[in-house]
Design a protein around this ligand. Structure first.
Ligand code: AMP
Length: 285
């Protein structure tokens, strides 16, 4: 595996691959890899002739009071893990390589970003779409793999690609979980042992919701009330949102159906965690 730091070198490599008639798969990440990242890499390897993993903690998508400076980082560990997954390139640009001092451009997707995490993290998705747009232009992928864990992010990126006619196939990957059900996340490293135990309420809520839906419950309000009771039974957990939305439009649903998604965001101690599930099927890794 080769490590590339400069975007010009990355694009030069991509042009060479494309000229030889081969395909490129991209897995954008912020690093501190866990099994979820590795599964995305493996999926990209199965789809494309060559795979690029980008590793960039994107300051643009963090709010002023968020965890940018303390976000976990371990480049050596990450590069060893990616190298074991048959990744061709680890693209790890320095911040000043991605954002020149006079950087002024933004890519924004309206509508889908007004709800869920977009409401509580102003500017977050604009930061995401801007960096992903840059990565698409630098790496020129045929496929880009994103996790269903960040369900709203995946919807927003699909919309950006459709609206801007980007010639890249966006591939979603099911949520990868710990054995006890907690969705894997680099942010789980912030949790104390007690918080880690409380964080399981997200998965418990998801399992409960799936069972209620399968048993015929259609009232989103009733389900959300019941989930609020389950989650707020945990002292260290505060709820950011419990929402049932349409999987395509992300509009709130009153009557749940096969296209409904349950989306959850909570704070456990100082750590914000998200999770979700498709009520209509069991899209799990
Ligand atoms: P991050 O490094 O957290 O920005 O994540 C990079 C990519 O990995 C994103 O597409 C995430 O949705 C995806 N990802 C993170 N955690 C998981 C998980 N537990 N299961 C599936 N995909 C994940």
């Amino acid at each position: 595996m080769q490590i590339i730091r400069r975007s010009a070198d990355m694009t030069h490599w991509a042009r060479g691959v494309i000229a030889s008639g081969k395909s490129i798969g991209l897995v954008p990440t912020m690093g501190y890899f866990h099994e979820g990242h590795l599964r995305l890499m493996r999926h990209a390897v199965s789809l494309a002739d060559h795979v690029v993993v980008s590793l960039f903690v994107n300051s643009l998508q963090f709010g002023p009071r968020e965890d940018f400076s303390r976000y976990p980082r371990d480049f050596d560990r990450d590069s060893r893990m990616a190298a074991r997954e048959n990744v061709d390139i680890l693209f790890a640009p320095a911040p000043e390589e991605m954002y020149l001092p006079d950087f002024n451009a933004r890519v924004r997707v309206d509508g889908l970003t007004d709800t869920l995490c977009g409401k509580q993290r102003p500017g977050h998705f604009e930061g995401v779409t801007t960096v992903v747009a840059k990565l698409f232009n630098i790496v020129k992928p045929h496929y880009a793999v994103f996790g269903q864990k960040d369900f709203q992010q995946l919807s927003v990126i699909r919309k950006m690609v459709r609206d801007l006619n980007w010639d890249v196939e966006i591939v979603g990957h099911p949520i990868v979980r710990e054995e006890d059900g907690l969705a894997m996340s680099s942010r789980n490293t912030y949790l104390s042992a007690k918080e880690r135990a409380d964080a399981l309420c997200l998965y418990k809520a998801i399992e409960y919701a799936k069972a209620r839906f399968a048993a015929g419950l259609t009232s989103a309000k009733l389900l959300k009330d019941e989930l609020r009771d389950i989650i707020s039974g945990n002292l260290r957990v505060s709820i950011d949102y419990i929402s049932v939305v349409d999987k395509d439009t992300l509009a709130d649903k009153e009557v749940m159906d096969m296209n409904s998604v349950l989306a959850l965001a909570v704070r456990v101690g100082g750590t914000r965690l998200i999770d979700n599930c498709f009520l209509g099927n069991t899209l799990e890794a």
